[in-house]
Design a protein around this ligand. Structure first.
Ligand SMILES: C[S@@+](CC[C@H](N)C(=O)[O-])C[C@H]1O[C@@H](n2cnc3c(N)ncnc32)[C@H](O)[C@@H]1O
Length: 264
């Protein structure tokens, strides 16, 4: 399991991700993608846990646009927690947000603490999906939803050589799982209304736009911030990722499941 607290996302990588994906975001699709995976689930007046809050863009959005009463963002990187606090201040949602630096491992919250548990492209860093699902189930109130987005594997056994090449180039501590593994983990934890929506086709198009921007309109500005060598490496990562996405090996997906009981 990716269970050491590391600073995998260094300043250069964060600058690059924010430039491509928008202020406060370390994953693709911006607020539209968040709204899409939350479709039909009301956060109004609810307490929300966000696993892997990153730069805090999603947490601010959940308060401002979805009416969440209280959002608790957790991350393993203390520098990111500082950035989240600043971002929340900037958007005047300090009263409705709290950001907590955690150790990888069990969620440090009491049973039945949250109405909703969410996560955007962060649980890829947690290998043991069964333990994660059981822990999310534990901290949810009866009737509460787990609703998330993650990078899923399009394979159960062996990644293709091209996918392996992409993972090596990316260099992040990933623990990818397939839709089947996630479904099994959620079922075994006790969730009902489990649904997984594949976003591979959308991201096939989107990744190409991002690649074009990295090599074009964003290149000079980014190179002056992160250096040519780093930027060229990231462009190579995008090229390899596009092959993995085209092969269906890498599948961004939306996941949800409900803890049985009166619907929240
Ligand atoms: C790709 S970023 C996504 C951040 C944010 N959700 C977004 O979409 O902008 C993944 C985040 O997960 C965090 N992370 C990694 N392992 C974690 C763990 N075990 N618990 C909580 N956060 C973790 C990383 O530090 C990073 O901020």
């Amino acid at each position: 399991m990716s269970e050491q607290a590391t600073q995998e996302y260094d300043d250069n990588l964060m600058a690059l991700l924010e430039t491509i994906w928008g202020e406060g975001f370390m994953s693709p699709g911006g607020v539209d993608e968040v709204d899409r995976y939350l479709d039909g689930i009301s956060l109004d007046d609810r307490s929300v846990l966000d696993i892997g809050c990153g730069l805090g863009g999603i947490d601010v959005h959940l308060v401002r646009q979805h009416g969440a009463a209280q959002v608790t963002g957790i991350d393993i990187d203390p520098a990111l927690i500082d950035r989240c606090n600043l971002f929340a201040q900037k958007h005047q949602v300090e009263a409705q947000t709290r950001f907590v630096c955690v150790e990888p491992g069990p969620l440090p919250f009491d049973d039945a603490s949250f109405d909703i548990v969410t996560s955007k492209d962060s649980i890829i860093h947690i290998d043991d999906k069964q333990r994660l699902a059981a822990d999310v189930y534990r901290v949810l109130k009866v009737g509460g939803w787990f609703v998330a987005s993650d990078w899923l594997a399009g394979y159960d056994e062996q990644a293709s050589p091209e996918m392996q090449e992409y993972l090596v180039a990316e260099g992040l501590d990933f623990g990818l799982a397939s839709a089947k593994t996630y479904t099994d983990a959620l079922q075994r934890a006790g969730f009902c209304d489990i649904d997984i929506v594949d976003r591979n086709e959308w991201y096939r198009q989107q990744a190409r736009i991002e690649r074009e921007q990295l090599g074009g309109i964003l290149y000079d500005g980014l190179a002056s911030r992160v250096g040519n060598e780093f930027l060229e490496h990231e462009i190579e990562v995008w090229d390899k990722m596009i092959v993995a996405i085209d092969q269906g090996q890498l599948r961004p997906s939306h996941l949800r499941g409900r803890k049985p009981g009166p619907n929240h």
